[in-house]
Design a protein around this ligand. Structure first.
Ligand code: ARG
Length: 458
């Protein structure tokens, strides 16, 4: 039986039923649907639209449905049109005519808008917690690697030496911004659409602020047409999740490179690697690759929902039912990737000696050699040219700047003295970079302290 069968004379066609129905995916928020209904009837009774007795019967019936579903005593009927119809029909079946009063002053349009907001609000909290756990794992690695040297790259070419703490700190900043994006969305979306009706409110004297408070919203929405057709917060969430995934994907890409035979900077734990069916020697970084790959799905959700919404006239249109599957999939994917990624980096081993050796090679101290000349009165542009000649000389001889004798230095510029070796040592190159945000351990330590504080506060 359809909620709206009264006006219809023909039975619906099976294919149409199937095409129209959302029960297969919106049953996921049965809890939120029931919670919203309980708040609604509580408000109706306060406003004397229902009697206290009617309210009590309906609330009891709804609570029973909830516990029966949770305990497996009641299974959600896959033939129902949607979760709203299922709960209402079950209620009427169980408590009789009084159940028919549940939907007074409400439409499925404001009901589904509410359910989705309640559901997403909880999911934002879970996503935030998972990002926080990832930040904790990153921070731990930073704390343990303040002076573990590695090359920093630009254009994937060795550039200047940094530390693992500094490199991971970059990801800490990214995921911290992700958390702040999630909390912004939560703030902006936290208004209650219930009471907007189909699109134009109702003639019943609803107390919408009261319902909003019962459901932990900051306030009720102010325009009923917008209330039933606003999906901005889902677009914002899809965008925030796409950004989380983009960060995870970049991080994965680095780990895949670092775990390769050529780099050997890290080794993934067996638990986070897989083998090959043909090549016995293989240990593949499949988890990192899947995280990188699944990023595309989440981008897809963002593109889909933006595209679905772009041509919809006010107010509710059935197109909006499409918001659910893609958002649910994006949430599941992002949550799954966050959890696995945290486990993967927490168990990953660093080959610190290889990272350090790699930092020494590749002229990562060339800028520091130029800075040495600048500190001895040579204009930077000239210093850059002189060091360029040093590098050419070294390349020709197959050595690094540290291997050149003082005579060789002096042959290119008489300004060089014995202290050049200390000035271009890996340690000096890193330790001297103490401006805020740089890898120098003294300044990095302060940054780490501020990160620790952020994570204990929220
Ligand atoms: N399943 C619908 C959705 O997800 C619920 C709202 C139905 N409203 C309607 N007027 N048909 O959007």
């Amino acid at each position: 039986m359809k909620l709206w069968g009264g006006r219809f004379t023909k039975e619906e066609n099976e294919l149409v039923n199937h095409f129209n129905a959302s029960i297969s995916f919106d049953q996921r928020f049965y809890r939120q649907d029931i919670r919203g209904s309980i708040a609604h009837v509580t408000m109706l009774a306060k406003q004397k639209i229902l009697t206290d007795e009617e309210k009590a019967q309906i609330v009891e019936g709804l609570e029973q449905i909830l516990s029966d579903v949770e305990n497996g005593l009641l299974s959600i009927d896959p033939a129902a049109e949607d979760i709203h119809s299922f709960v209402e029909a079950t209620l009427i079946e169980r408590i009789g005519d009084v159940g028919k009063k549940l939907h007074t002053g409400r439409s499925r349009n404001d009901q589904v808008a509410l359910d989705m907001k309640l559901y997403v609000r909880d999911e934002i909290e879970e996503l935030d917690l998972l990002v926080k756990e990832l930040l904790q794992a990153i921070l731990k690695i930073m704390e343990e690697n303040l002076t573990t040297y590695m090359p920093g790259f630009t254009h994937l070419q060795k550039a200047q030496p940094v530390t693992i703490a500094h490199h991971f700190g970059a990801y800490f900043e990214m995921f911290l911004r992700d958390r702040s994006r999630l909390s912004d969305i939560r703030k902006r979306m936290n208004t209650c659409p219930l009471g907007a009706g189909a699109l134009a409110g109702t003639t019943y004297p609803l107390d919408r602020e009261y319902t909003a408070a019962l459901l932990d919203f900051d306030c009720a929405t102010r325009n009923s047409m917008d209330s039933v057709s606003d999906r901005d917060y889902l677009i914002e969430l899809a965008s925030a999740m796409a950004t989380v995934m983009m960060h995870l994907s970049r991080f994965s890409e680095e780990i895949i490179l670092w775990n390769s035979n050529e780099y050997q900077f890290v080794e993934l734990d067996d638990a986070y690697s897989t083998g090959s069916s043909i090549m016995p020697q293989k240990k593949n970084p499949d988890i990192a690759e899947l995280v990188r790959g699944k990023t595309g799905r989440v981008y897809g959700a963002l593109t889909s929902i933006l595209t679905t919404m772009k041509g919809i006239p006010l107010a509710y249109n059935k197109d909006m039912q499409e918001d659910k599957e893609m958002i649910f999939d994006a949430i599941d994917t992002t949550k799954g990737c966050l959890g696995l990624f945290t486990g993967m980096i927490s168990t990953m081993k660093f080959h610190k000696d290889i990272m350090k050796k790699s930092a020494v090679k590749g002229f990562t101290n060339a800028t520091d050699a130029a800075d040495y000349l600048v500190n001895h009165g040579i204009p930077f542009r000239d210093a850059h040219g002189i060091v360029g000649r040093l590098v050419l000389y070294c390349l020709d001889k197959g050595i690094s700047l540290d291997d050149m004798s003082l005579e060789e230095y002096k042959a290119i510029s008489p300004v060089f003295e014995k202290d050049i070796y200390d000035a271009i040592s890996l340690r000096t190159c890193v330790e001297k970079r103490t401006t805020l945000g740089a890898p120098g351990p003294s300044v990095m330590e302060q940054v780490i302290e501020s990160y620790q504080k952020i994570l204990t506060e929220k």
